[in-house]
Design a protein around this ligand. Structure first.
Ligand code: PGA
Length: 271
């Protein structure tokens, strides 16, 4: 059976509470329609994960509907047994909400908060320990890309985060999502920014597939998504690239109509 495409909305620090609620309702309606259409066409409706800022998690959770999932945008590694970590949010706390996933190692956190590959690996393990789906972001800068180092950088980021991952509960191993996001292609709300070329996406997802089925073959379920200036206009071409199992969308996921269009475009033919 075909695995459903994965549409992940990353609202960053962009939306306010009212918009987060409006978007969540729009996503529920759109996924309902997508499932109906998929059912009639013998196709597969997408999986949808909405990632609001922490402070709106409970508001979004209250209006989640139609099988839409929720994820956080970050998680802390619990170091202190009594939780003496000011400003942090633990994976156990996320599990008390409706969150079932969490974005880890986004390039904005690697840059602004100096998150290292080592810290990212610890966060992925902490998420897995609590049954959360980690959405591990990896990416290359424009300079690394121009120097032809993209594949090496991405491979190193993935291997450092996942090679030593341990699954404590053999019955219930969470899926791992790897999001390839070239740093120069992240729009940051700037409509002039372009996504990576289809050739670049194809090449990098082939590299990630080789890693996932080679050194990471011990991880039972990995989905690979592309992120960076995905819009309703380009999503179909991107989802058609081999080994692209979905998309991680920032700017275009913050507008109800375009979020609905992205979800609608995630309906995939059954193979
Ligand atoms: P963008 O952001 O879709 O606005 O380029 C993607 C991301 O950073 O996750």
């Amino acid at each position: 059976m075909t695995t459903p495409k994965l549409i992940i909305a990353n609202w960053k620090m962009v939306v306010d509470r009212a918009r987060a609620i409006e978007l969540t309702r729009a996503a529920g309606t759109a996924l309902g329609k997508a499932r109906e259409r998929a059912g009639q066409a013998g196709a597969i409706a997408p999986d949808v994960i909405l990632c609001p800022p922490y402070v709106y998690i409970s508001s979004v959770g209250a209006v989640l509907s139609g099988g839409v999932r929720m994820g956080a945008q970050d998680v802390a590694v619990p170091h202190h047994p009594k939780g003496a970590q000011t400003g942090d949010v633990s994976p156990a706390m996320l599990r008390e909400t409706s969150c079932t996933a969490v974005i880890i190692g986004h390039s904005e956190r690697r840059t602004v908060h100096f998150e290292s590959n080592d810290l990212v690996a610890q966060k992925v393990q902490a998420a897995v320990n609590h049954g959360l789906t980690p959405i591990l972001c990896v990416g290359v800068t424009a300079e690394e890309h121009a120097a032809g180092q993209g594949a090496d950088v991405v491979r190193a980021q993935i291997l450092s985060a996942l090679t030593n991952i341990k699954f404590t509960n053999d019955q219930d191993i969470p899926e791992i999502v790897i999001a390839f996001e070239p740093v120069w292609a992240i729009s940051g709300g700037n409509a002039a920014v372009q996504p990576a070329s289809i050739d670049d996406i194809r090449a990098m997802h082939a590299v990630i597939h080789t890693v996932a089925t080679g050194p990471l073959a011990h991880i039972p379920k990995i989905r690979m998504v592309y992120g960076g200036s995905v819009t309703p206009d380009n999503i179909a071409k991107i989802l058609a690239v081999p080994y692209v199992d979905g998309v991680l969308v920032g700017g275009a996921s913050c507008v109800p109509q375009s979020l609905a269009a992205l979800i609608e475009a995630g309906v995939a033919p059954a193979s």
